[in-house]
Design a protein around this ligand. Structure first.
Ligand code: GRF
Length: 219
């Protein structure tokens, strides 16, 4: 029997991906995991109110309060100390995690990125900037990617992806909302549940998703 995994969600903004995780948890769709802690990189993040409403412990560890990313990393590790966190989820988290956090939580950090990696990702590609570049490219599809985090920005092994159409007349706002609603808010909870069920194997820079053991055991 797997022990239930403790999930920490890191946020910076509106928290719609956090809300998708909370809603999935309430529907029983995050198997073998529970959100036990929310960390915000600034005190303006509306995501904090979502955590409050859901009764989830939350804290601001403000990026601005630290002179360097090394000091911020140390503050993050201190905030996670004694919480027995098994998985960190970056849900609209706009600060870059440094090597000490990544090393301590190797292959236990999942990020949601609003494009089909390896397209439109890496340094400088975040939030609406991604959708501006996608629209400028003339592509007819885009989407979102849930992936593990390593030292390369948006470079970790891909877990799940979902494509969405680009429609005539789309602008960044319309496209961002479609990608969030039709892709991000669906694949992030699914990826988190797969992790908590120990159904993701990392093979080189790729992942293999194992079958649903519960279904396999069915007669
Ligand atoms: C979204 O564009 C998401 O793709 C990215 O951060 C933005 C805000 O997400 N990861 P949220 O509403 O704060 O979850």
């Amino acid at each position: 029997m797997l022990s239930v995994k403790n999930i920490a969600v890191f946020v910076s903004g509106g928290g719609t991906n956090l809300q998708a995780l909370i809603d999935a948890q309430e529907r029983g769709e995050i198997r073998n995991g529970r959100i036990t802690y929310v960390l915000a990189s600034n005190d303006k993040a509306y995501a904090l109110q979502r955590a409050e409403k859901a009764g989830i412990e939350h804290e601001v560890v403000s990026r601005k309060a630290y002179a360097s990313s090394e000091e911020y990393d140390a503050a993050i590790l201190a905030a996670l100390e004694n919480r027995s966190i098994d998985l960190i989820v970056l849900a609209g988290f706009l600060s870059i995690l440094g090597p000490t956090v990544i090393e301590q939580y190797r292959n236990r950090i999942i990020n949601i990125h609003p494009s089909l990696i390896p397209l439109f990702c890496g340094d400088g590609f975040y939030g609406k900037k991604v959708h501006t570049a996608v629209l400028a490219s003339g592509m007819k599809v885009t989407g979102a990617t849930a992936h593990f985090v390593n030292e390369i920005t948006d470079g970790g092994a891909i877990i799940l992806q979902k494509a969405v159409p680009i429609e005539q007349g789309d602008n960044e706002d319309i496209l961002q909302y479609r990608v969030m609603r039709q892709a991000e808010w669906e694949i992030l909870p699914k990826a988190v549940s797969l992790f908590c069920e120990d159904r993701i194997r990392i093979v080189g820079n790729r992942t293999v998703i194992l079958g649903d053991r519960n279904l396999e055991n069915k007669e």
